[in-house]
Design a protein around this ligand. Structure first.
Ligand code: AVI
Length: 326
């Protein structure tokens, strides 16, 4: 739903409440599977989001600065390709810091619709962007962008829409999920509408593994914070010191996998249920898929988009693609 008058609406609270029920159901289901799994979207509570911001500043985590450099060099060209009077829609917008310079560069943008589950962060961003770009309609929509209902809450528009999906978030979906998500994007759009997509590229495994097992151990804290979140919100009793952070590149699957490894045989209670862990058993907490440039192009083509242009850095570590709906 669109947030009005900078007030957290009752419906906003209902979204949060539904989210907690879904969190419990997903955690219980994930811990029951043979390969224990926790969906990575739950890594981002308040503490997790702060840790992720710290990760983005790390020397070892090249993604954020590489993407920022590409934007910095090519924003005018990107804004030109997007065109004038565009409505920019950003799923998983967070603090909207990447959209702001793009909006500032675009010619007479019509509106900006950031879509995210955190009302507080969106409202702060709305005020900041409206102060910088007075006259631009900024209408946050509270919801989980992976849920089709959230898209139904976006205001309808006759203008050209462009979905802005930076940060290599697409990598956190399996190829099947990424295909479904981009199809969901293209179904929301009409012919001629666009998608500006950031994605991390396949590269040397040492560089990749260092990015997810950083020397300052921030990613370890980020990963283990998920257990603390479960303790807090779902009445769990995980001992975070009895789990170790593991991240490795799986070349065949073209992805970095993040796991939490049980350091001993142990029983953990969550929401009134007991879960057994053997020493060495893992909880798979995240996939971060890496693309080749042809792989990215093929993904866009099979999900209803016509790739128009891409930008990359000189090491070809990262790419930003612009594509339009056929
Ligand atoms: C948000 N996402 C693109 C990050 C990534 O690189 O997959 C999440 C992350 N996980 C560990 N470090 C960063």
């Amino acid at each position: 739903m669109a947030v009005q008058n900078s007030v957290l609406t009752e419906q906003g609270a209902a979204v949060q409440c539904g989210y907690l029920q879904e969190f419990e159901a997903d955690v219980l289901a994930g811990l029951t599977r043979q390969q224990k799994t926790l969906p990575c979207k739950y890594l981002y509570d308040e503490a997790g989001s702060k840790l992720f911001e710290e990760i983005c500043e790390l020397e070892d985590y090249y993604l954020t600065r590489t993407e920022a450099n590409i934007f910095c060099e090519s924003l005018p060209e990107m804004a030109d390709l997007l065109g004038e009077s565009v409505v920019l829609v950003e799923p998983g917008a967070g603090n909207c810091e990447k959209a702001e310079p793009l909006l500032a560069c675009m010619e007479s943008p019509q509106a900006y619709y950031p879509l995210d589950i955190s009302p507080e962060i969106l409202l702060t961003a709305q005020q900041r962007i409206q102060a910088r770009l007075p006259g631009l309609e900024v209408a946050p929509v509270i919801g989980d962008f992976t849920a089709p209902e959230a898209w139904a809450d976006l205001p309808e528009t006759t203008h050209k829409n462009v979905i802005f999906f930076p940060g290599s978030t697409i990598g956190n979906f399996t190829p099947e999920q990424a295909t479904a998500l981009l199809r969901q994007f293209s179904q929301f759009l009409k012919a001629g509408d666009g998608l500006l997509l950031g994605a991390d590229l396949v590269k040397d495994s040492v560089v990749l593994e260092r990015a997810y097992h950083d020397s300052e151990h921030v990613t370890e804290l980020f990963n283990k914070n998920l257990l603390s979140r479960i303790n807090c919100e779902l009445n769990g009793n995980f001992d975070t010191s009895a789990f170790a952070h593991r991240a490795f590149y799986h070349a065949h699957r073209q992805r970095v996998e993040m796991h939490l490894v049980s350091l001993k045989d142990q029983t953990v209670a969550v929401a009134g249920r007991d879960f057994e862990f053997r020493e060495g058993e893992t909880i798979h907490t995240e996939n971060s898929h890496k693309y080749t440039l042809p792989g990215l192009k093929a993904l866009l083509q099979k999900t209803g988009f016509s790739p128009k242009h891409y930008w990359t850095d000189n090491k070809q570590h990262y790419a930003i693609y612009y594509a339009e709906v056929l």
